[in-house]
Design a protein around this ligand. Structure first.
Ligand code: G3H
Ligand code: 13P
Ligand code: ZN
Length: 306
């Protein structure tokens, strides 16, 4: 059934695992993720960015999710990723989403609080969960391109949650969006995470930009014509450590994109006479399933938690 993340996070916090926030854009991605959730018996968060909503159309996403839920008996949350303003949050809440992110991280502290409070008021009246963000991740997300990250200040995080009433908080501790996360050594600021945890006990923290950019898929894509040299993600052991602490939601988009694209490139290179889209989308869908199942089992720890 369609649910909010409330129970998923409560159990994840208590037992030291996290739920994947998997980005969806089309039918094959939704099907691949749902299949992985079924295989692993894991709760799922399927999330839609503004760009995904523009690409597929909100109506299509909601109908695809209805079809997915009719065929799968799993707790699933339908979440808006990086909502930039009140209106988009309102539109998806009115459409049936169970969770929204209001991303005021590029605003001043006070403006971020004011915007988040406005969304919290509308969402909570309708039983919808609100994720907010404090701090800035470097990298590209939708229309915003941030050059340098601004790590989350723990005292401000506690004040922000107290004043807004948001249900979960995305923080910046060294991750970033996309395939190029670290020029040098990959590291996360766990001391900062622990300070935030101490100031906000039992409070669910969210990690964006948490793809691991597996080298085997970078190599596969490059072998079949891609040019994505120097890509580097968050090592899996760091994500497991975060999941064992206060991090209850780990966002993964880039790894799904890489798995699909590498697989499709290989398929088309090896089958130059094929032109039925079902053939390469089928192998791409299987690649999504395998990637997500791997995350659930080996990184998030959410297998058998339904
Ligand atoms: O935060 C960014 C997510 O990966 C979504 O990306 O805005 O290109 O759909 P997108
Ligand atoms: P990645 O680019 O690391 O997959 O992060 C996705 C994300 O944070 C979506 O909000
Ligand atoms: Zn994000």
């Amino acid at each position: 059934p369609l649910t909010t993340p409330k129970e998923m996070f409560a159990r994840g916090y208590a037992e030291g695992f996290a739920i994947g926030g998997f980005n969806v854009n089309n039918m094959e991605i939704i099907q691949g993720i749902m299949e992985a959730g079924n295989l692993e018996k894991s709760p799922l968060i399927l999330q839609v960015s503004a760009g995904a909503r523009r690409y597929a159309g909100q109506g299509y996403i909601i109908k695809l999710m209805e079809a997915a839920l009719a065929e799968n008996d799993l707790p699933v949350c339908l979440h808006l990723d990086h909502g930039q303003n009140f209106e988009i949050c309102k539109e998806v809440i009115d459409g049936g989403f169970t969770s929204v992110m209001i991303d005021g991280s590029h605003l001043s502290f006070e403006d971020n609080i004011a915007l988040t409070k406005q969304v919290v008021a509308y969402a909570h009246d309708r039983g919808v969960w609100v994720e907010a963000e404090l701090g800035q991740l470097a990298g590209v997300e939708d229309d915003v391109d941030v050059e340098h990250s601004v790590y989350t200040n723990p005292d401000q995080a506690a004040e922000f949650v107290g004043r807004t009433g948001c249900d979960s908080l995305a923080i910046a501790i060294g991750t970033s969006h996309g395939a190029y996360k670290f020029a040098g050594e990959a590291k996360l600021d766990f001391d900062r995470l622990e300070k935030i945890k101490a100031l906000l006990p039992d409070y669910p923290i969210v990690l964006h930009g948490a793809s691991s950019v597996p080298q085997e898929f970078v190599d596969m894509a490059n072998q079949y014509g891609a040019q994505i040299a120097g890509a580097k993600g968050v090592p899996e052991d760091l994500l497991r450590k975060a999941a064992a602490s206060a991090v209850c939601k780990i966002n993964i988009d880039t790894d799904i994109r890489l798995a699909m694209t590498a697989t499709i490139r290989k398929y088309l290179a090896e089958n130059p006479s094929h032109f039925d889209p079902r053939q390469y989308l089928q192998v791409a869908r299987t690649a999504v399933r395998d990637m997500v199942a791997h995350k659930i089992r080996n990184v998030l720890g959410s297998s058998n938690k339904i």
